[in-house]
Design a protein around this ligand. Structure first.
Ligand code: IPM
Ligand code: MG
Length: 356
């Protein structure tokens, strides 16, 4: 009997539904051709959950995703829900979901497709061959630290990391580095923050177990500059929640568009796979969004959560082929473009190539 997996689908808001539809198209094509079955179950999160249930993270979602083999997620948020109190906003739903799922390790590869070296705002010689893995701690740090409060004349958040939290994300980064070029740059702000000094000490302790891996440290402000100045110096970047959020957006520009980059959030149980970009409400519903980051996230899901590596390779190759043949969504500009296509046309092309 062929293998069958249950995939949780969270479309979300804005361009979320359209990019997820394309990823499902590709997953269906590749699973049929590779002989396994994917069963999908949809869950609500974010603005669409608020509209239907009054809360951004319904209980059914929390319980339901835990019964899946993996979860594929689009994007959440939009102006419609911006004025809500923080705990009722779509973003709180996503953060709550990450916490509930225990997905503390967020892997954000920043790679440059050869076909798109001219699509970046940086010079081709600076970005050609860039291949970085940002390992972002996802369920701790200032995003979740207590106390936090918004008062009339002041407001505060707290950046907290426990020893265990730093250890486990460092181990993930070192394990990944062992399979890559064996270099880690841990990014912090240890010249100012106690929490960063602590982070650094623990990362140093973990490094002892990985003598083959070269560990360096960098302050986050310098790292932001170095990513643009000489990105090829990086292999694995290990960093905390907020620094990883910022640096991964910056790193996405090396690739030419934030619409290209996927992510995998793994940890204690079921993994969550999502593009690194947001819900882009300004272009939602026009069919012009780029589905490649989500399709690429689906590929990471096959590889990391289901172990269907051959299928993941098929999707990655199909994306490259589509790009090398000159198919582009609007965000990539018209460099070397044969055809500017819609979100759905791009999905059709990648699905077709993935199934061969
Ligand atoms: C991301 C996003 C989220 C984050 C938002 C939507 C809460 O920017 O996944 O990078 O800050 O983690
Ligand atoms: Mg972000």
């Amino acid at each position: 009997m062929s293998k069958s997996y249950k995939i949780g689908i969270i479309k979300g808001d804005g361009i979320g539904p359209e990019i997820i539809d394309e990823a499902i198209k590709v997953l269906d094509a590749v699973s049929v051709s590779q002989g396994f079955t994917l069963k999908y179950e949809e869950f609500l999160l974010g603005g669409s959950a608020i509209d239907e249930t009054g809360v951004p993270l319904p209980d059914e979602t929390i319980q339901g995703v835990k019964k899946c083999d993996a979860v594929l997620f689009g994007a959440i948020g939009g102006p419609k829900w911006d004025s809500l109190e923080r705990h009722l906003r779509p973003e709180s739903g996503l953060l709550g979901l990450r916490k509930e799922m225990g997905t503390f390790a967020n892997l954000r590869p920043a790679m440059v497709y050869d076909e798109l070296v001219n699509a970046s705002s940086l010079k081709a010689e600076v970005i050609e061959g860039v291949d970085i893995m940002v390992v972002r701690e996802l369920t701790g740090g200032i995003y979740f630290g207590q106390p936090r409060e918004l008062q009339e004349d002041m407001a505060f958040n707290t950046m907290v990391y426990t020893r265990e939290e730093v250890k486990r994300i460092a181990v993930v980064a070192f394990d990944i580095a062992m399979k890559r070029k064996k270099r880690i740059c841990s990014v912090d702000k240890a010249n100012v923050l106690e929490v960063s000094q602590f982070w650094r000490e623990i990362v140093e302790e973990i490094a002892v177990d990985y003598p083959e891996v070269e560990l360096t440290h960098m302050y986050v402000d310098n790292a932001a500059m170095q990513l643009i100045r000489e990105p090829k110096q990086f292999d694995v970047i290990l960093t905390g929640n907020i620094f990883g959020d910022i640096l991964s957006d910056a790193a996405s520009m090396l690739s030419g568009s934030i619409g290209l980059l996927p992510s995998a959030s793994t940890g204690k149980g079921v993994g969550l796979f999502e593009p690194i970009h947001g819900s882009a409400p300004d272009i939602a519903g026009q069919g012009i969004s780029n589905p490649l980051a989500t399709i690429s996230s689906a590929s990471m899901m096959l590889r990391y959560a289901l172990g269907e590596n051959a299928s993941a390779d098929k999707i990655d190759d199909a994306i490259k082929k589509a790009l090398s043949e000159g198919y582009r969504t609007g965000d990539l500009g018209d460099y070397d473009a044969k055809e500017i296509c819609t979100c759905s046309e791009m999905g059709d092309i990648v699905a077709d190539y993935s199934s061969k």
